[in-house]
Design a protein around this ligand. Sequence first.
Ligand code: PMP
Length: 367
Amino acid sequence: GRKQIINFGAGPAKLPLPVLLQAQKELLDYKGLGISVLEMSHRSSDFIKIVNTTENDLRELLNIPENYKVIFLQGGGTGQFSAVPLNLIGLKEERSADYVVTGSWSAKAAIEAAKYGKVNIVHPKLDAYITIPNPSSWNLNPNASYVYCCANETLHGVEFPFVPDTKGTVLVCDMSSCFLSKPVDVSKFGLIFAGAQKNIGCAGVTVVIIREDLLGFALKECPIVFDYKVQESSNSLYNTPSTYSIYIMGLVLQWIKKCGGAQVMEQNSIAKSKLIYNVIDGSNGFYVSLPASIYRSRMNIPFRIGNANGDSILETEFLDKAAKHNMISLKGHRSVGGIRASLYNAVTVEEAQKLAEFMIDFMKEHH
Ligand code: PMP
């Protein structure tokens, strides 16, 4: 047993209890081998079995087509938005890429890509990250090597409710904070990446799903550990991978399968986020959510208390009181402030319900 905490952290985030219990059970002695996964060679048949099972479970959960490769890498989401231009900007001679910038993660990715090629932001710069510019207005470059977007902006709480049509250009998507929270038609993407530490595991491993014909275009400056072709052809084992993080991800994927898969994760995420947005929308302006309602994230719900800029006294009191109710990690990202509730796969509907009730009580005390 441990203290009953509800963790609304944005990542690293809550893990399902059955996963932690299994990891605990297997920590000292993995399947009778007398060693821990932490102590296991990444070249051993036992570890290779873990990698292969994890990949197969992921393929099953997302229905990943045969012509897509799955790679497990280190370096986090940030490593990947650097690796993407290093591997793909050379797809076309012009070395140019189109970026959709709907929040701070896609903004950072665009800055990183500009180190390696030309970057075209396909829409006028947004004054505030609360919307997604209409794709029909995007100024797509037909000679771009790829179009990049972030499916869910973790800080600003803006989520794509659709897969954009890129007019045939390869689509690259950062799904770090919404990965496996709903079914995805992988065939619409050239490349998808996601850090594990939000919806599918702990920090240390990032999943890359790439269409196989996009392999082999890395710039000569690309660090070998980030060269997708090299890593893919060695089954993500060119060098020592983040072995324990891959093992934990494998346990989380098994848990998601047991729960019923991506569809069930989606139903739950809709139910959880509705509970919170309903309180916000029914609060007569006491709680303020900034994103346009159709682009509101199911995963990360940033909001202000008192007014659109946030009343700092009320927000501090909210966080203190929430902590007394054992609800933690509700503080908004340091760059935007306010409150943020993250509702990743491991967070239950009951936990979201408790937060909704707490928000109603807090409002009644202050309104
Ligand atoms: N992309 C998104 C959407 C994220 O939420 C994050 C992390 N919060 C990152 C990229 C960066 O991930 P990392 O910290 O693993 O580099």
